[in-house]
Design a protein around this ligand. Structure first.
Ligand SMILES: [Zn+2]
Length: 301
């Protein structure tokens, strides 16, 4: 029996394309300075995002702090009623993300089950090996005793019979051998039962693993292909959020779009918050030197 654990590869490369509208562009060149603080409000949150307004506020406040702590300035202010909104727009992008999360949960539980079975199998197999080893040692001893007994019997036979005390000794050894033989047969039966249980468990384990591997293949076809799409957009009068994998990623997307709200452009460095392609899982939540340089270029004194 062999256990195969399917490898799950998940990489989503997501592209954050931001449209900088003519008006904003012109404004930047006219003023060549960012206008701060940017006042913003939380607009519509599609309920399918399953995120509360408090959670959004919290994520926004973390995204704000990233810029404000680095620059020591109040750059953004949450202002209920102000026209500039942060909206959560639900479509196929987040829908696919949510589906993949559900599929991952199912895969994880199947993997747990197959690991449980495998652990049980390994434990039983160890027990089986011990039982088998002690059984085989006992069989070897039995066969030695039997051979010695038979040799002695034929020796006495060749001499025409055994004297009374030797005869009694042989009879007692014969009874012991018979009883040991019976005992060994019972043990052999138990070992067979044990083998059957092991095989059953192995079969069950293989079925679970086969099922799991099929699911992994399906998952990889459905979700592990490289996709590029827009997670968020800055429109000049609003920010739209379309997709995020988890709260950490949401904070990064928000920090990126807030950067655009300051009129910042995309910068180099894959780990930069203002990089155009976000590789969520691979970089931390911090401004890079490129981000800071871009901030200073646009908003510096
Ligand atoms: Zn962008």
């Amino acid at each position: 029996m062999r256990y195969h654990y399917g490898m799950r590869k998940v990489f989503l490369y997501v592209l954050c394309v931001t449209l900088i509208f003519g008006g904003v562009y012109w404004y930047r060149f006219a003023e060549s300075k960012c206008r701060v603080p940017v006042l913003y409000d939380i607009g519509d949150i599609d309920p399918r995002f399953n995120i509360s307004k408090d959670e959004v506020r919290d994520a926004l406040s973390t995204a704000e702090s990233l810029w404000e702590d680095a620059t020591g300035k109040n750059l953004f202010t949450y202002t209920p009623g102000t026209p500039f909104k942060v909206n959560f727009v639900y479509d196929e992008r987040q829908d696919v993300t949510d589906e993949s999360h559900e599929a991952q949960t199912v895969l994880d539980s199947k993997q747990n089950i197959s690991e449980e079975i495998y652990t049980k199998y390994a434990r039983m197999q160890e027990e089986y090996e011990d039982l088998k080893a002690s059984y085989e040692a006992r069989v070897a001893r039995y066969e030695e005793n039997l051979a010695a007994y038979n040799a002695e019997v034929s020796e006495w036979n060749s001499k025409g019979g055994a004297p009374e005390d030797a005869y009694r000794d042989l009879a007692s050894r014969e009874r012991a051998l018979e009883s040991e033989s019976k005992e060994l047969n019972e043990r052999a039966q138990k070992l067979n039962d044990f083998t059957e249980a092991l095989n059953e468990l192995s079969f069950k384990g293989n079925q679970v693993v086969e099922d799991y591997n099929k699911d992994v293949a399906w998952y990889n076809t459905m979700f592990a292909t490289e996709r590029e799409f827009t997670q968020g957009e800055y429109h000049g009068d609003a920010i739209s959020i379309y997709q995020f994998d988890d709260m950490t990623e949401l904070k990064k997307v928000l920090a990126h779009e807030l950067g655009h709200a300051l009129s910042l452009d995309h910068v180099e460095g894959a780990a930069s918050i203002m990089h155009d392609v976000m590789e969520g899982a691979f970089s931390g939540f911090a401004l890079s030197s490129f981000d800071i340089a871009e901030y200073n270029r646009v908003c510096g004194e």
